[in-house]
Write a protein that binds this ligand. Sequence first.
Ligand SMILES: Cc1cc2nc3c(=O)[nH]c(=O)nc-3n(C[C@H](O)[C@H](O)[C@H](O)COP(=O)(O)OP(=O)(O)OC[C@H]3O[C@@H](n4cnc5c(N)ncnc54)[C@H](O)[C@@H]3O)c2cc1C
Length: 412
Amino acid sequence: MSLGRSCDVGVVGAGPAGAVAAAILARKGLQVVVLEREAFPRFSIGESLLPQCMSFLEEAGMTAAVEAAGFQLKNGAAFEKAGLHSSFDFSDKIAEGCSTTFQVQRAQFDAVLAQEAERAGAEVRFRCEISGVGLDDRGVRLTYRDEAGGERELRCRFCLDASGSGKSFAGLLGLNLPQEGVQRESLFTHVVDGMSLGTMDREKILITVHPRHHSVWFWLIPFSDGTSSLGVVGPPNYFSTYPGEPLEVLQAVVGETGFLGDLMKPAAFEFPVRRICGYATRVSRLCGPRYALLGNAGGFIDPVFSSGVTIALKSASLAAAAVSRELNDGEVNWEQEFVKPLSVGVETFRHFVSAWYDTSLQDIIFAQTPNPRIRRMICSILAGYAWDKNNPYVEQPRRRLQALAEMCRLAP
Ligand SMILES: Cc1cc2nc3c(=O)[nH]c(=O)nc-3n(C[C@H](O)[C@H](O)[C@H](O)COP(=O)(O)OP(=O)(O)OC[C@H]3O[C@@H](n4cnc5c(N)ncnc54)[C@H](O)[C@@H]3O)c2cc1C
């Protein structure tokens, strides 16, 4: 094995969590090395951002580069179910902060973030895959295979695992917990959408509920170049009841919807259809001596509210603050300063996701006579402000959602 150099912070993975954490730490003067398995640009799912995540991009000094990249502006979320339409404009949120964001092709977005991390002073090494981790009193030893296939070692004082669904540390340190709940499946692709002006608000993600199966839902995320991301999520084995290849299955399920099916009639399906399942994950701990898990490396709930990148960036921001204090000889209580604050928003989203699948949140979203103030609170969460404790739906998401759903059902 060839011995590599050492650094202050080693980061595994250059996705959004890794790149943002690396940039914040490098800007604080720490020596940061990011080891990324792939060569960028590379495809990734997770294309609809939430306005809350703009504050973390700002903290990392990345706003100008993201704005200059020409991504589709996003100002809200639209929902459709069996002819019922409901639209949220994020400017109606009660939380303070940005009310717009972007719908991004992740290959390009992640490449911009990685470049910005490098510009901030971090070293990003592509095609370097972590295969081992050793923790001792002096720090962390990361073993990895470099792009030439050689085995190398990086020593660091602290390590952030931002390896997403690669879940490096969870695998290597035995932190994976059994998956709980329903393991859903998703089929998705990009299409040349052919949608004419006025048929669809390109500045919003469209979430469509299947007219007969409430747990089957679709996303349509328009991009700025005339293409869109189109995907469907269903319960386990749902799609195996359809004949044909994934492309035919996706087209058949989309064809069962009214509004979305009509929107997609002119679409050209020119890109491969991908399938992913079992993506809901959890771990037994998010941190330990000299390491912490960021973003999807620490678990993932569900894609329905586009919360993944926002949670990833929130974890990067919290962890970067704690790491820089710890390495500057500060005392850090990781439970209090990282795990607990992160869990506020994660738990809010968890309750919203479970209320979506038990249909109470669908009833709320499509309510015919909604209370405007309550709708603004819901809008805040949809915009990603799930850590705003002034919002009663952050303080008590489960109880509030249940009561609201009951009110909506009783309303004339
Ligand atoms: C069907 C579906 C739809 C989704 N839609 C959305 C959406 O619309 N909006 C949204 O915000 N989120 C969405 N998500 C979630 C989103 O994809 C993730 O939450 C987000 O990408 C997490 O970012 P991350 O930085 O933690 O990890 P990632 O983006 O996964 O980045 C991890 C990086 O680590 C690298 N890596 C992995 N293993 C290793 C290793 N051993 N060594 C070195 N590098 C390694 C990978 O190559 C990758 O570049 C969706 C998820 C699913 C499943």
